[in-house]
Design a protein around this ligand. Sequence first.
Ligand code: PLP
Length: 381
Amino acid sequence: MEFTLPTDPTFSDAATIARVHANPGFGVHFTDHMSRVEWTADQGWHDAAVVPYGPIQLDPAAAVLHYAQEIFEGMKAYRHGDGSVWTFRPEANAARYARSATRLQLPVLPAADFLASIEALVRLDERWVPAVLDGRSDDEGVDDGRCEQGHSGGGQGEQSLYLRPFMFAREAYLGVRAARSVTHLVIASPVGPYFPGGVEPVDIWLEDEFSRAAPGGTGAAKCGGNYAASLQAQAKAAEHGCSQVLFLDAVEHRWLEELGGMNIVLVSADGELVTPETSGTILEGVTRSSVLQVGRDLGLTPVERPVAWAEVVAGVEAGRFTEIFACGTAAVITPIRAIRSNGGELVVPGSGEVSLRIRERLVDIQYGRAEDTHGWLYRLA
Ligand SMILES: *Cc1c(COP(=O)(O)O)cnc(C)c1O
């Protein structure tokens, strides 16, 4: 698939981009262009182009606005020390995008075209990929004694360009069936280090009323509807002073699943990395799979199996589980300080040392500072 480029592209001036890079936030500022491919049942995929970023025209009857036929992906472009720009395991995102599309009755965008849509955008808007700054915050003597609680790492080495491919039903039709016209877009947003002051452990809320996904549902698909369904639980978590929700299985409310947008991993005292197995209700995170592999590289033993909440409580109290963390593209690894529930607060005692070691290795691979032994990096520019 060849992407048509604008004949006379215009860009934000360097000062504007520098100002955004200095204080990017998350998903607030967008680059000058976006990739777009249209699909219709008659023509298939067509009209691949990189166009100026801007509002899209949608008929008020567009199916996505009524029946949420939509999927998305989340990836990052990283600038390496030599100025080159790379992304991480994009083939895995392309494959997941295809699985999500199939579940939502959207057309599958072939992996090569998915990659081309990202490459074309990042190449044109390359100036928006933040430059690497020297060193990381933990090299700069930012040490106020918090390292013992597991705060360190992260910081200034971690700015990137967040990439958001998404696909939605554009057809103006209120009947309930798969749309016959669909749009795939890629937008990009510069993001700063998720933890500017060093990695901060978070408190999470164990949700015992609302479910994120049920067997046979869309839990394994990356679709907007899953997020809409998680927002009420998220609000409840905030009321309890927690930044994230931990969902249990929808049937027995007994088994760990995942957070609203991150997978969960437990570190055991005897060197296991334990994570709930994915069996249709859990999103198969690229970070999750990478964390398990990096853990193996570091001498740990990855274990994917059902994990009961009762086992977590007993295991933490007995010192068998020493660390718990969440993982996903945005924050890579977020250590969990405590899990609150109607039953009280379970404080994870560990230093976060193993979590941070895995995090650092993964981030070093992404930024080209550690050897990419698994062939995970993909050059964009
Ligand atoms: C995207 C997502 C994740 C994390 O996936 P990554 O590929 O690691 O970014 C986890 N859970 C849910 C529900 C998600 O949507």
